[in-house]
Write a protein that binds this ligand. Structure first.
Ligand code: AMP
Length: 125
């Protein structure tokens, strides 16, 4: 079910459990600010999720409340994952759903990183 991106942070969400080590994940990268892991239901040959280690519901919450260090650390981690996975050429797509119209399902900010084939038009009309 899609989540309301304005709701308070729920520390029982699945990505919070992954961050606490209560649920396994296929880690690609982690540092002080971010964890990257393979999506459990990949929509492209490469489908990685990058999440901040802090408790933020969505891009809206993160961009308003996170510290400059957290924002810089997270953005740099997304770029590093793409570079380290060799995705800069031929390219990749980033996507962050926020709120009900975007169909965000997990109420912890995550950036999807898709790659591995021509990804087609941005949205299906
Ligand atoms: P969104 O619709 O943007 O909230 O995307 C949530 C994503 O989380 C989906 O692509 C799911 O396949 C993925 N997902 C849900 N549970 C897990 C999990 N335990 N490990 C990895 N990915 C997951």
């Amino acid at each position: 079910m899609a989540v309301d991106a304005t709701q308070p942070y729920d520390d029982q969400n699945i990505f919070a459990k992954i961050l606490r080590g209560e649920i396994p994940n296929q880690t690609v990268y982690q540092d002080d600010f971010a964890l990257a892991f393979h999506d459990i239901n990949p929509q492209a040959p490469t489908h990685v999720l990058v999440i901040p280690k802090g408790a933020y519901v969505s891009w809206d919450d993160f961009s308003a409340k996170a510290s400059d260090a957290e924002i810089a650390g997270f953005v740099r981690a997304v770029g590093k994952v793409a570079r380290d996975m060799g995705l800069v050429a031929p390219g990749y797509r980033l996507l962050a759903n926020a709120g009900t119209d975007s169909h965000q399902e997990v109420p912890h900010l995550h950036v999807h990183l898709f790659a591995g084939k021509p990804l087609g038009p941005m949205l299906v009309r």
